[in-house]
Write a protein that binds this ligand. Structure first.
Ligand code: GLN
Length: 542
């Protein structure tokens, strides 16, 4: 039988619940157990796909094309949990399916209510996520939001019922809270006491507390928290602020023996902890030398989470290439207002490499095209992801082929040179949710391309999330003028990657390689990009 861990949060949001849940998962995997991670999101959107990256951060895409919450990206980076549509549960999905069952008459005349119908639907979705991964030993369910939020109540109620039904030892509650520091440096436990009371009012007694604090909590503070909350003293842990990397958190929890307490409370025997991959990663972190400035030229720059997986993948590549990466976030409209050289050049941000990530809509596009042209002309390494590849194609058409009005039909429907355009099948799409080219598909590399060198494989599987494509009718003119088409779909029907010849490293891909990068194994394209930036820097010095 599976064991279940429910991870909830209190006091306020952004305490790192996703990272805590993922770190517990990483530690249990270190003990040889298989984990399955599940996220419950209290919002009414059916999935994260229709939410603005400005407000909600990145949309994380799974192999099966589910557009999920960015916490699933944390699960993918910290653990080997299977991740698909079933691992992301939202209020929207739950209500949608309860209402459709009601319309079909499935409730046999009953009045349909939050309890039991909504909570039953939540429970059944959690249990089916576990069933979808039959080898799972431990299911870790993260409940989004903060205890006390109206929206979270049905999820906490479902968790309460499951904890009761599964029985002691089979399901644990892990609660994350905040220990703030007030003037004079004093740490305050009162918000944590209140947060645990709020959990108890929901009928859940936390078994384990993780306290987010500036420093490791002293024994006396932990004893005080324990006596106020009914949580065992040895089950009160600290997630203290780190100035290294979030990937140190599994090791920080391990030092406090969090995994041992979890295993003991669940009565699970396990092997000795094997955490070499995490220790090695920290060694690489400390061994990095020098620094490269990577300009990320996009339009959702204000919120750190908008390109979360891209930033993480750059960091993973920095670990493998032994060079620190400073991520310089550049709103492309800045380049539009002045020039690429003023913003990116030596007297501006002094950028060593440019990355143009995915994006939607017209705003800022011309600034991105200017950034790509600048990288191409000045032989600065350039990596284009999805929109970033389309930008390379637009720059080539405008500046090499001289078609000044060349564009994607996403931005200019009337252009005479629609070098990026809609797939035929997308022409009639009216709904926005879940209707793009989504999820895992195969790309086949051309021999001798940088693409192929990076992956050292001809056939690769990466994830897509876009509507527009390289327009095939321009293949001949693009290639003849020197743009290399580097990878295609297996039937040759769609262009998946383009490259610049006679350039240190300029490559664009129509998919999103960032979704499959891990701190212990960077995505090959990110690794190759940072390696090229490092090489160009060294050459510049010589
Ligand atoms: N807006 C572009 C498209 O739909 C690119 C999407 C993306 O970058 N994810 O094709």
């Amino acid at each position: 039988m599976n064991k279940f861990i429910f991870v909830s949060g209190g006091v306020c949001s952004s305490l790192g619940k996703g990272v805590s849940a993922s770190s517990i998962g990483a530690l249990l995997e270190g003990r040889g157990l298989n984990v399955c991670m599940v996220k419950c999101d209290p919002y009414i959107n059916v999935d994260a796909g229709t939410m603005s990256p400005y407000q909600h951060g990145e949309v994380y895409v799974t192999d099966d094309g589910a557009e999920t919450d960015l916490d699933l990206g944390n699960y993918a980076r910290f653990t080997n949990s299977p991740l698909s549509l079933v691992n992301s549960i939202t209020t929207g999905q739950v209500y949608q399916s309860v209402i459709s069952k009601e319309r079909k008459g499935c409730y046999l005349g009953h009045c349909v209510q939050v309890i039991p119908h909504i909570t039953d639907e939540i429970k059944s979705r959690i249990l089916s996520a576990a069933k979808a991964a039959p080898d799972t030993d431990v299911v870790i369910v993260e409940i989004g939001g903060t205890v006390g939020d109206i929206e979270s109540i049905p999820f906490l109620e479902a968790a309460r019922q499951l904890i009761h039904e599964l029985g002691k030892g089979n399901a644990l509650s892990v609660h994350l809270t905040l220990i703030p520091e007030v003037a004079g440096g004093e740490l305050k436990t009162k918000p944590t006491q209140h947060s645990v009371k709020a959990m108890q009012e929901q009928g859940i007694q936390p078994d384990i507390l993780i306290c987010r604090a500036p420093v490791l909590l002293e024994e006396s503070t932990r004893r005080k928290i324990s006596s106020f909350t009914n949580v065992d003293f040895n089950a009160v842990f600290t997630s203290y602020d780190v100035d290294t990397t979030i990937y140190e958190i599994p090791l920080i929890f391990f030092k406090q023996e969090l995994d041992q307490v979890v295993l003991r409370k669940m009565g699970v025997e396990s092997r000795h902890a094997e955490l070499d991959a995490w220790h090695n990663m920290m060694e690489r972190f400390n061994a990095r030398q020098g620094k490269a400035r990577i300009g990320i030229v996009g339009k959702y720059m204000e919120l750190n989470d908008s390109y979360k997986s891209v930033y993480e993948a750059l960091f993973h590549a920095s670990l493998e290439c032994g060079i620190k990466v400073e991520m310089v976030k550049i709103d492309s409209s800045r380049i539009e207002e002045t020039s690429a050289d003023v913003v990116l050049g030596k007297s501006g941000e002094a950028i060593d490499g440019i990355l143009v990530p995915g994006g939607f809509g017209q705003r800022g596009i011309n600034g991105m095209v200017k950034a790509a042209a600048w990288a191409r002309e000045n032989k600065v390494p350039y990596f284009g992801i999805c929109l970033g590849m389309q930008i390379m194609v637009i720059d080539w058409a405008r500046n090499i082929l001289g078609w000044e009005d060349a564009d994607s039909t996403e931005f200019n429907k009337k252009t005479k040179h629609p070098v990026v355009s809609l797939l035929e099948e997308q022409n009639d799409v009216k709904n926005y949710g879940g209707t793009m080219r989504l999820g895992k598909s195969e790309s086949v590399a051309e021999e001798g391309t940088r693409f192929m060198v990076a992956y050292s494989e001809k056939s690769v599987f990466e994830r897509h999330r876009h509507r527009y494509e390289f327009a095939n009718r321009y293949r001949k003119e693009m290639t003849e003028s020197g743009l290399r088409l580097a990878a295609f779909t297996p039937d040759g029907g769609l262009v998946e990657s383009v490259e610049w010849n006679d350039h240190p490293w300029g490559l664009g891909v129509q998919f999103h390689p960032e979704f499959k990068s891990k701190p212990t194994a960077a995505n090959p394209l990110f690794r190759a990009f940072i390696a090229a930036v490092k090489a160009a820097k060294e050459e510049g010095k010589a």
